[in-house]
Design a protein around this ligand. Sequence first.
Ligand code: CO
Length: 184
Amino acid sequence: MNLKIVKDTNPRIHQPSQEVTMPLSQEDRQTILSMMDYLKETQDPAFREKYPAVREGVGLAAPQIGVYKRMLVIYYETDPETHEAVEHALVNPKIVANSLKKCYLEAGEGCLSVDGSHPGYAYRDFKVTVKAFDAIKNEDVLIHARGFDAIVLQHEIDHLSGVFFYDRIDKKDPYKKLPGAVAI
Ligand code: CO
C-alpha cells in the first residue's frame, strides 16, 4: 500500500502531536500497522520502482502521514544473512534516560518528509532509554539504545514534537565539532 507523505513544506508537521489514548483503539492500531507495512515496502526495490516518488526509510512517524498522534515505527535489518532486524511500533514513546555523551551521523540524517538539502551535523545523545507501548509486541517496552539505534529513535521521537533533524544543525557552523562526540 502506498501512503501519502506529508512534506516539511506543510506548517502543521512542525507542530506537536497528541498523546494517544490507551488502551490502543482499533483505528490507531490499524494506523500504526499500516505505517510499518509502508516502511518495510519503502525498503523493497520493486515497490520503489512502481512508485518512483517513494524514498527508502528506516523510520516513520504518524505526523508524516498526516496523523498527528504520538506513534512511530522503526525497521531496519542489522544482519542481511539472518535478516535480524531492529523493529519498533511505538505508541506514546518517552525518553526516560540519556547519556551526556553525544553522537552524530557523519553522512548527515535524511527524512522522508524532507526533499531539500540540509548539510551539517545533527548532534544526538549517544545513549537513550525509551519507554513506550509497542503495538506489535502488544506490551510496554523499555528500549536501551546506543549509536545508530539511538539516533533513529531520537529522530522519530522529534517528529512527534514537530522537530526536524535540521533544527538541530548549527545554522552558523553546520559542521561544528563537538568535543567527545562520536561519529557514526
Ligand atoms: Co524524519
